[in-house]
Design a protein around this ligand. Structure first.
Ligand code: G1P
Length: 292
């Protein structure tokens, strides 16, 4: 490893989003709004807040709206300028000025590990972050920033985790390992398994969509066989990485929403809207009036 700072963040965004059909027939699921911002923008802002200055988005067919979103929207901005809508103009410009973005296509949906592998040339030989945009995390200090702080100490791969009770654990990658004594949020990882049956889950520590990975992961992923669902699983790749170097779990502080799921996105929408100065008070009154 030649560099020790995490500057790049990879966003796998090539999935079909079938859970949101028919909305996702023509709109990428990453562009569905959480209040008034597309889901993926929350992740991009989190990466910037963690010190990343290069964003790599792994896209696929039908995802050009993501590229347009982070681009300059000349017609829109000219119109807003003419009408004197300064605040809205700033909102639009903010998005396009945010950060450097690069795009790489994942031609076939062959799994999360495959998506990460597509970013190899753009990442190069340095540690990098992976953010799954579906996982929206609300935290005082952004989840990735918390992980970057740990990375600066341990200089090894780190996976965000949270405790999942019951059969729900089978929807996640699960760590085998325990919280370290000196640092109660850090887990010394001994093994990993992708989407185990509840009875086979080695712990309740589920992987959530934030990773910091060393570049060695690319070589390992190249040799990793297809796993659950016939896909190249990132979890399996990290299991291979564990044979070569230490891997840590990090039980982050914050609330995670699964915005890739209808109920998850609805819950996030209510929570985020209630906190907004411009919407919260009226929305709260409305919810109260429902007398559920
Ligand atoms: C992916 C990963 C899984 C992880 C999850 C977090 O699964 O493969 O290990 O726990 O994201 O959201 P997916 O949700 O894409 O099936």
């Amino acid at each position: 490893m030649t560099k020790t700072k995490v500057r790049k963040a990879v966003f796998p965004a090539a999935g079909f989003g079938t859970r949101f059909l028919p909305a996702t027939k023509s709109i990428p699921k990453e562009m569905l709004p959480l209040v008034d911002k597309p889901i993926i923008q929350y992740g991009v802002e989190e990466a910037i807040a963690a010190g990343c200055d290069q964003i790599v988005i792994v896209t696929g067919r039908g995802k050009s709206a993501i590229e347009d979103h982070f681009d300059v929207s000349y017609e829109l901005e000219t119109m807003l300028e003419k009408r004197g809508k300064k605040e809205l103009l700033a909102v639009s410009r903010n998005v396009s000025n945010m950060v450097n973005l690069s795009y790489v296509r994942q031609k076939e949906a062959m799994g999360l590990g495959h998506a990460v592998l597509m970013a190899r040339d753009l990442v190069g030989d340095e540690p990098f972050a992976v953010i799954l945009p579906d996982d929206v995390i609300d935290a005082k200090v952004g989840c990735l920033k918390q992980m970057v702080d740990v990375f600066e100490k341990v200089q090894g791969s780190i996976l965000a985790t949270q405790i999942v009770e019951g059969p729900g654990i089978s929807a996640y990658g699960v760590l085998d390992g325990e919280l370290m004594k000196g640092d109660p949020r850090v887990i010394d990882v001994k093994g990993l398994v992708e989407k185990p049956k509840m009875a086979d889950a080695p712990s309740k520590h589920a992987i959530i969509g934030r990773y910091i990975l060393t570049p060695e992961i690319f070589e390992v992923l190249e040799k990793t066989p297809l796993g659950v669902g016939g896909e190249l699983q990132l979890t399996d790749g990290i299991k291979g990485l564990l044979q070569k170097e230490k891997v840590y779990g990090y039980s982050f502080e914050g609330k995670r929403y699964d915005a890739g799921d209808k109920l998850g996105l609805m819950t996030a929408t209510v929570d985020y809207a209630l906190r907004r100065d411009d919407l919260g008070p009226q929305f709260r009154e409305y919810l109260k009036s429902l007398k559920l």
